[in-house]
Design a protein around this ligand. Structure first.
Ligand code: HEC
Length: 111
């Protein structure tokens, strides 16, 4: 009988501890800083050579191509940090972007 009560006690303890652990896990995970997702927008506001309604699926390979061929990261042409966590891709602040735009223009004219 005593053994049985002991078992019940343990079972009750588990039922108290488990929900507490669950709640603590949730609270801790909310408290942690979530890693910032890269902010490459889906809509573009400052395209002067590429079509303004270009989709992300088309724009990104072009931009990645720019990065690869120039050997620079996105931040070489764009006013964004290397991890792309913030910043403004539409800004024309960096001279390299303007040069690259001229290049795009030339290519379009040749085509
Ligand atoms: C060699 C320079 C260069 C590099 C490197 C580059 N870009 Fe660009 N990007 C441009 C130019 C130029 C435009 C504007 C094209 C136009 O005017 O049609 C542009 C436009 C954009 C836009 C549209 C902004 C808007 O709202 O008008 C996004 C988003 C973008 N780039 C993302 C990226 C990402 C992500 C990378 C890195 C993988 C990258 N770019 C690397 C030159 C570059």
């Amino acid at each position: 009988m005593r053994q049985c009560r002991k078992k019940q006690g343990i079972a009750r303890l588990i039922w108290i501890v488990l929900p507490c652990l669950f709640v603590i896990t949730i609270v801790v995970s909310f408290g942690q800083e979530q890693p910032k997702a890269p902010v490459i927008p889906d809509k573009y506001t400052n395209l002067k050579v590429l079509p303004p309604d270009i989709t992300k699926a088309h724009l990104l390979p072009i931009m990645k191509g720019f990065s690869k061929t120039s050997g620079h990261r996105c931040s070489y042409c764009h006013a964004v940090p290397d991890d792309l966590s913030s910043g403004d891709f539409a800004s024309d602040e960096k001279p390299a972007k303007l040069e690259a735009r001229e290049l795009l223009r030339l290519i379009r004219e040749i085509k």
